[in-house]
Ligand binder design. Structure first.
Ligand SMILES: NC(=O)c1ccc[n+]([C@@H]2O[C@H](COP(=O)([O-])OP(=O)(O)OC[C@H]3O[C@@H](n4cnc5c(N)ncnc54)[C@H](O)[C@@H]3O)[C@@H](O)[C@H]2O)c1
Length: 267
């Protein structure tokens, strides 16, 4: 796909591991970052143990890169101070490193949880106001805002992927709407890395072509990837379908419940 050096943060994680395996044969050099140690598995792989909170280490690792896929961070509800530290400041360090080292393209891992309070009957598009379903969603809204700032102010080309539920296969009824298959995750990441630099900024939902999805898929002009999988094929294997749930129920499902956030707040 003509990509030279690609940096992947959070390369030891669920999505990072899958994308790493797929991109390895397609890019000139793959620079893999995580706070946990990694081992190079191919001649074109380079690994760095880096904490995203260490701005200097992030900048050193990004220097000379053509694109960054920023997947590293806390992927779920946590005390806000931790989320701000790792997700928000960590993303700031990545964007700052991209600005300072002139890395032209940054792909950010956003989340569907920035809009988890829209009702399931509503087809949500990326242009609508955020309605985070928790503190994690708030941190991802800030991640997107940082991306927009760096695109508008400093000309870094930033694409935010609002990732759905990344799973090998759907395991619960909500996934019939929210599933992101491994194959489609790779497709979205690859397309975002390879998109023309004339795309200054875009936010898109990265979700499989699920019949019951409640998010808009990106237009061809925003991102040249059409997802291939549909969670519906797995519906017969799920114990209970969500046909009985209210159309007013929040898209975030259990994540939108007060209890989910209350465990990270003072009693
Ligand atoms: N998995 C999903 O369904 C999903 C959905 C929406 C968004 N996302 C986002 O996609 C990204 C990847 O998700 P995932 O499921 O692979 O998560 P994951 O937890 O499996 O991977 C995240 C990686 O980030 C690393 N990391 C955490 N803190 C770090 C720090 N301070 N410095 C350096 N590395 C650090 C972890 O070691 C881990 O390897 C995350 O940003 C997550 O918020 C994931």
């Amino acid at each position: 796909m003509g990509l030279g050096t690609v940096v992947v943060t959070g390369a030891a994680g669920n999505i990072g591991s899958v994308v790493r395996g797929a991109l390895r044969g397609e890019v000139e050099r793959l620079v893999l970052l995580d706070r946990v140690p990694l081992r190079a598995e191919a001649a074109n792989e380079e690994v760095h143990t880096v904490d995203l909170r260490d701005a200097d280490a992030v900048e050193t690792a990004l220097t000379g890169a053509d694109a960054v896929l920023h997947l590293g961070g806390l992927p779920d509800e946590a005390p806000l101070a931790h989320l701000l530290d790792v997700n928000v400041l960590g993303t700031h360090h990545v964007l700052e490193a991209a600005r300072r080292a002139a890395v032209p393209r940054v792909v950010l891992a956003g989340s569907n949880r920035v809009t988890g309070f829209y009702p399931t009957a509503h087809r949500t598009g990326p242009g609508e106001p955020v309605r985070p379903d928790g503190l994690y969603g708030v941190s991802k809204a800030a991640v997107e805002a940082l991306g927009r700032l760096y695109a508008d102010k400093f000309g870094v080309s930033v694409i935010c992927l609002r990732i759905g539920s990344f799973e090998e296969a759907p395991t619960e009824p909500r996934h019939l709407a929210t599933w992101l298959s491994p194959r489609d995750a790779v497709g979205f990441c690859r397309a975002a890395l390879a998109a023309p630099l004339s795309t200054r900024f875009a936010t898109v939902y990265a979700v499989s072509a699920n019949t019951r999805r409640f998010w808009e898929l990106p237009a061809e002009s925003e991102l040249a990837y059409t997802p291939l999988d549909d969670a519906e094929a797995h519906a017969p294997h799920l114990a209970d379908t969500d046909s009985g749930s209210s159309p007013e129920a929040p898209q975030g499902g259990p994540y939108a419940l007060p209890e989910f956030t209350l465990k990270h707040l003072r009693p």
